[in-house]
Design a protein around this ligand. Structure first.
Ligand code: PEP
Ligand code: MN
Length: 693
């Protein structure tokens, strides 16, 4: 109250407000200066460490230590009221920069000839293009005077590297949505250049205009044709709007600034908007939320990197004209334990129906094992060129920042139970084949981003029953991340018993869930109710949930069987274990093998709990199927009070994880409030399952 009246008083006396605002801004400037000074000091210490590390044979990167440092910082930050997610994101950048500085230092010391005081880096496009951002990121840690030069074509840029006019070129080679960039591969085969680095850049398309105009007033949108395709779903929602292609995204933004037409907009990066003084109308408008481009750094000569830096090697080869030739080559790499990260083929110039193969694998030609492997490979091929070994930036860096997830206890029954002969005989008679343990002895592991469901580490899926508002779902997401949960849940299409109950926010809710998951680096799961919605929901959700009431909705089962998205299939409340597995069989039989089962309680005569959690179904199902099984104690119990003991029990009987409902204010929840854990109780639950370790 006191603050409010003070503020009102200040408003009346405008002079006082601006005085104190100036003072506060001055304080902020002082603090920012101190942060910069601290970062500069930190960089100096990193340099000193680099000197010490020169003679130590260990790997440069110590992920364990990095994680320890982060958890310590999160704890210290928390006690000063700082958001753990913010602290993690900030310090991941700082730590990453240190590692890059150390890598640069090692490379400089071992290869003094390579050291250049002033370097020029080429990229394709205009200032603010994704290539420009990637180039700046790659060379940020370099102790040299770096200047950047934009080119209108890849060929011209690489020719300038070849002719010594520029030192490096940053060349896009692969995009996670559009695939390989063929022209880049063909130029690398044609020109005798070396690869000395790689960079991974997130592509986050934004719609921008001269002023913050409403979407409806935009008549024309400019961008690179690739970006227009990548944002097709969004563009189709805009009526009366034309699209026009331009040579690159940043050029589209730059032109907007020049033309001064309020009915025009561009699709480009946030950096381009800043650079050309434009307003972002909408962010993240691409069809696919995860969109990354991989760039290679091209130089005239290869660089020999220190073996303590984790490297990748790129090669080009042509096979001999013999049966099974490609398989023979890949076998050589496998025999030498060279882990492939990319395989691409392109037509061999002037030789119809013959192909050049491009392979990237983990390793450094400076290691003897890699050298042996490449020698053996040469004898199997008709042509082999080593493009170079360079510090790897994938896949670690494509993952979102990750506040230290504490490890959950390992499921005691995690090893696949070996079925006895009598069990196998029993399984032969079942109405399912593909899901049967008789078909596949090993446990299936479903990968969702960096989360593995079905492995030794049980997963925690948590979130609200329904997505109700931005604040509610973001608060839940941050809590799940902070406490070490793996996946964010949230219902958008709700299967409610009564038609008068809250039916969910639909696609609007899905957008909020997606944004919250993305901000916190959590994959998301949501229920899909209708076959017609499957494809659209699958674009945004990382896992599709089929609810208990839909376990035998056969058209829905067939539809989710046709998409390439993991499906969590809840057990129907009146279904036997075998009926449940037969329902899963529908999904596998239609192509999708990524199914997770979820036991959520069945109807019995017992009314003390909402349903009866059938925990014996976990070991029974694990014997009968290779699919992972998780347990939902929230819907089984119907009250938050039994959620914690039943979670412990579920993990004890071998569930691969649990899914629980949480809510910032369970009393005000629009659905299933009584069974939701508030944040305090969720924290206690998480702590409790940690201590079982
Ligand atoms: C849910 O998880 O939101 C849900 C509706 O669960 P069930 O299908 O198990 O009732
Ligand atoms: Mn619910």
């Amino acid at each position: 109250m006191q603050t409010l009246s003070r503020r009102n008083k200040n408003l009346k006396e405008g002079g006082i407000v601006s005085n104190s605002l100036d003072q506060l801004r001055e304080r902020l400037d002082g603090i920012d200066g101190a942060i910069l000074e601290a970062l500069a000091n930190r960089q100096q210490v990193v340099s000193d460490i680099s000197h010490l590390k020169l003679d130590v044979p260990d790997e440069l990167r110590d992920p364990r230590r990095e994680e320890d440092v982060l958890s310590r910082l999160v704890e210290t930050g928390r006690s000063s009221g700082l958001d753990p997610y913010f602290v993690t994101r900030l310090f991941r950048e700082v730590l990453d920069h240190s590692v890059r500085r150390q890598q640069e230092h090692l490379s400089d010391q071992r290869d003094p000839d390579q050291r250049i005081e002033a370097i020029t880096v080429g990229y394709q496009g205009t200032d603010g293009a994704y290539s420009h951002i990637a180039a700046r990121k790659q060379f940020a840690a370099r102790d040299a005077d770096v200047s950047y030069e934009g080119y209108s074509s890849f060929a011209e840029m690489l020719e300038d590297v070849r002719d010594g006019k520029i030192d490096y070129a940053v060349l896009p080679i692969d995009n996670t949505t559009a695939g390989s960039i063929n022209e880049a591969y063909d130029l690398l085969a044609r020109m005798d250049l070396a690869l000395v680095g790689e960079e991974v850049q997130r592509v986050d398309h934004c719609l921008m205009a001269l002023e913050p105009v409403p979407l409806a007033s935009i008549r024309r949108i400019h961008s690179h044709p690739q970006a227009l395709v990548q944002c097709g779903d969004f563009l189709r929602t805009l009526k009366h709007c034309q699209v026009e292609s331009s040579e690159d995204t940043a050029m589209a933004a730059k032109r907007l600034g020049r033309d001064q037409d309020l009915s025009e907009a561009a699709i480009a990066s946030e950096e381009a908007a800043q650079l050309y003084g434009l307003h972002i109308i909408k962010r993240s408008i691409a069809n696919q939320k995860e969109n990354f481009t991989r760039f290679v750094v091209v130089a005239k000569q290869p660089v020999r990197f220190d073996t303590r830096i984790s490297c990748k090697t790129s090669i080009i080869f042509a096979t001999r004209h013999e049966e099974g030739a490609l398989l023979g080559c890949l076998n050589v790499l496998a025999e030498h334990h060279l882990n492939l990260t990319k395989l691409e083929s392109r037509p061999r110039p002037n030789t119809p129906w013959e192909y050049l193969f491009y392979v990237d694998f983990e390793g450094n030609v400076a290691e003897s094992g890699v050298e042996d492997g490449l020698r053996a490979l040469a004898s199997q091929t008709s042509f082999l060129r080593i493009l170079g070994s360079y510090p790897a930036r994938t896949p670690k860096e494509t993952k979102p920042a990750d506040p230290r997830p504490p490890r959950l206890p390992a499921a005691p029954a995690a090893d696949a139970p070996r079925p006895e002969a009598s069990v196998l005989q029993m399984l032969e008679k079942k109405p399912y084949k593909l899901v049967s343990r008789a078909q596949r002895m090993e446990d299936t592991r479903v990968h969702v981003g960096s989360v593995v469901i079905g492995g030794p580490r049980p997963v925690m899926i948590a979130g609200p029953c329904s997505v109700e508002s931005r604040d509610q779902v973001f608060a839940c997401a941050r809590k799940v991340k902070e406490l070490g949960g793996d996946i964010l849940r949230g219902g958008c299409f709700k299967p409610r018993t009564s038609p008068y109950a809250f039916q969910g926010l639909g696609y609007e809710g899905l957008d909020l869930l997606e944004e919250a998951g993305r901000e916190c680096g959590l994959p998301i799961i949501t229920e899909v109710l209708h076959p017609a919605d499957v494809e659209r929901v699958a674009v945004k959700a990382d896992i599709l949930q089929l609810g208990a009431r839909n376990m035998q909705n056969f058209s829905l089962l067939k539809e989710v069987g046709r998409v390439d998205r993991p499906v969590l299939l809840k057990r129907g409340m009146m279904a036997s274990v075998d009926e449940w597995l037969a329902a899963a069989e529908y999904i596998l039989a239609h192509g999708n093998q990524q199914v997770i089962l979820c036991e959520r309680g069945i109807r019995t005569f017992e009314t003390a709990t909402r349903n009866t959690l059938d925990l014996s179904a976990v070991p029974v199902a694990r014997e009968r199927t290779h699919l992972p099984i998780i347990v939902d104690p929230s819907h089984a119990c119907g009250t938050w009070r039994w959620v914690s003991p039943m979670t412990t029990a579920a993990l004890a009987v071998g569930a691969h994880g649990v899914m629980v409902e949480i809510h910032p204010k369970p009393d005000e929840a629009l659905s299933d409030g009584p069974q939701a854990l508030d944040f305090q109780k969720f924290e206690t639950l998480m702590a409790q399952i940690q201590s079982q370790r």
